[in-house]
Design a protein around this ligand. Structure first.
Ligand SMILES: [Zn+2]
Length: 448
């Protein structure tokens, strides 16, 4: 593996970016008395209850968490004092004095996020509950390497910070999604097949040095799964598989109410499951017979090109003549106009993805499968074929209450998910202990 050392790019242009922190030059002093470990345990439980809207009052917190009334009152007081929870008088009245309603202060700070795909980049600035305050997307080639790709992200972040009106609080954290396997603890891509030059690249260190805020990096499919789970169609489900069909194919797994990253962070790499012995099906990972090499966006585009050259589809031939290539989007567009060849290509890809997912369903027993990614925005043929294959090939008990749905957040799922990743990590038991005394995470050492 190629090893990277610090790039020394710590210069932080204070004329461009609002000064959000003095870290790491000078740690900010503690504003609050430190909390003992057992208080922190309960603080995280109470904060999560309020943050996810499960409890809106002290009595609901007592009933739902099993914590004593005095403990709940103390923790709520600490959260209000630290600006993480607010209290107002708008709770539903039950006859007597209206109950005071507890809400999460999502405007305590802001989060910067970037979702890097194989052929695009999305950046956004959000509140602490994932509400998008500013967003920009543009074509980008991940294969151009980390220096070019991340310099562009820096420029887009700077532009967002400059142009977004009424940015709340300071910068609390940065979230980055990349289209390849990531070692989550270090925030580094590990042998990513479609990201030449990125192997072991210190993405976290680079952004932390520039912005002085904690940084988390994950693969784009985990980020997509978090977005759908926190804010999309998967909300309320505890066992979910989110499949992304873009240039490649991957899956994010919510297992028993947690994102399951696996021992090395490579869980859900379903695109490289072998589905054929045909040695002519060569995958970009170096193996033969991978699902992705038959049903991924690139494979669909290539099959469309063959059909165009064979004279089987005038519509795909027109796309080829126009741009010199056929993409999965061209196939999807042709299918939406009723092109029989394009429809058959999507059905074939859908059947192959569905057949793989049937094995996943038998193994994992999810209550919901979400189909997302650029190719999934295609007409119904793809989703119908996926559904049909799953139900036909899975065990009846596993599919009895199984739902298969399209992504509900569309192109914004990645940035919303990256924001959720950062906030979940900031409010995790380990991280909050490192910054709660300082009042906010930027500037506090040891958060990541
Ligand atoms: Zn492969």
């Amino acid at each position: 593996m190629q090893k990277w050392i610090g790039r020394g790019k710590t210069a932080y242009d204070r004329s461009v970016i609002p000064p959000s922190t003095d870290w790491p030059d000078k740690e900010r002093p503690a504003r609050f008395a430190p909390l003992p470990d057992e208080a922190l345990d309960a603080l995280v439980v109470v904060l999560d209850e309020v943050r996810f809207g499960r409890s809106r009052s002290r009595s609901e917190l007592v009933a739902r968490t099993g914590l004593g009334r005095a403990i709940v009152a103390q923790r709520v007081g600490e959260l209000i004092e630290r600006g993480l929870v607010a209290e107002d008088d708008v709770g539903p009245s039950t006859g007597g004095r209206p109950p005071r309603q507890l809400t999460f202060r999502a405007d305590g700070g802001h989060i910067l996020v970037a979702d890097l795909g194989a052929t695009s980049v999305d950046v956004a600035v959000t509140t602490l509950d994932g509400r998008i305050l500013g967003h920009h997307d543009e074509p980008a080639r991940i294969e151009a390497g980390p220096d070019q790709g991340l310099d562009r992200v820096d420029a887009l972040f700077d532009s967002l910070l400059r142009t977004t009106q009424a940015l709340p609080g300071r910068l609390w954290g940065i979230g980055i999604g990349v289209p390849g396997p990531v070692e989550f603890d270090s925030g580094r891509p590990i042998s990513p097949p479609i990201m030449p030059g990125w192997d072991g690249y210190p993405i976290r260190e680079r952004f932390a040095a520039r912005y002085g805020a904690p940084v988390w990096v994950d693969n784009d499919v985990n980020v997509l799964a978090l977005g759908e789970w926190r804010s999309g169609v998967a909300a309320g489900h505890n066992n979910v598989v989110v499949v992304k069909i873009g240039t490649g194919i991957g899956a994010g797994i919510i297992s028993d109410g947690h994102l399951h990253r696996g021992a090395q962070g490579s869980a859900g790499d379903v695109g490289h499951i072998q589905v054929t012995d045909d040695r002519s099906v060569v995958c970009r990972c170096g193996n033969v017979g991978c699902l992705e090499a038959l049903a991924g966006g690139e494979a669909i585009g290539n099959a469309g090109k063959v059909a165009a050259l064979d004279g089987r589809s005038p519509r795909l031939l027109a796309a080829l003549d126009q741009r010199g290539a056929v993409s999965a989007e061209d196939v999807a567009r042709a299918a939406s106009f009723g092109d029989a060849v394009a429809m058959a290509l999507l059905q074939d890809a859908g059947r192959r993805v569905g057949s793989m997912l049937a094995s996943v369903v038998n193994f994992f027993n999810p209550s919901l499968i979400v189909i997302g990614g650029g190719v999934a925005n295609s007409p119904d043929q793809l989703l119908a074929a996926i559904r049909e294959s799953i139900y036909r090939r899975s065990l009846p008990l596993a599919t009895r209450d199984l739902l298969v749905q399209r992504s509900s957040l569309g192109g914004l799922a990645g940035v919303i998910g990256a924001s959720s990743m950062v906030v979940d990590q900031l409010f995790s038991r380990d991280a909050i202990g490192a910054w709660i005394a300082a009042g906010e995470p930027s500037g506090a050492p040891g958060v990541t």
